[in-house]
Design a protein around this ligand. Sequence first.
Ligand SMILES: Cc1cc2nc3c(=O)[nH]c(=O)nc-3n(C[C@H](O)[C@H](O)[C@H](O)COP(=O)(O)O)c2cc1C
Length: 149
Amino acid sequence: MEKKVAIIYFSATGNTEAMAEAVAIGAKKAGGKVLLAPVADVDPNVIGKEYDYILLGCSAWGIEIIEEEQMRPFCEKLKPYLKGKIMGIFGSCGWSRGAWLNSWYNELHFAGALFPAPPVLAYGYPDEEGQINCENLGNMVVSAAISHE
Ligand SMILES: Cc1cc2nc3c(=O)[nH]c(=O)nc-3n(C[C@H](O)[C@H](O)[C@H](O)COP(=O)(O)O)c2cc1C
């Protein structure tokens, strides 16, 4: 069966966007049919209904939070669909140790999402190692089996 994968991101200056592109490479290598899009371009109801694999990227904002104008409302609308979804998250930051990704992870996990791999963080524009980490994230998430219990 075709694996439909949504890779949705918020990126102000292109850093998380570059991570999303690397995640997409890994997801495609694992056999995924990938939608790669900025969060402003997609409807959370469509993503929630039509995709079993959802990878979200967002840079660190405010004081260690996800971006609030676009990604926050998108996530709130997506949450009712998350039970049993296979997910991964990633994002770029300036100096954080990952607090915004950890709280985001907990929130999505609490909403019912399953995470085959931990969040992936990069500082600024992802270097070669950062891009490999993203590719591995895409690959691991899309390689995970869906449980239809
Ligand atoms: C308003 C604002 C708030 C930010 N807050 C944080 C923060 O809390 N922690 C952090 O590590 N970086 C923070 N940053 C830095 C960005 O996360 C960083 O520049 C990131 O690489 C931007 O990625 P993007 O181009 O994908 O949006 C902030 C930047 C701005 C402009």
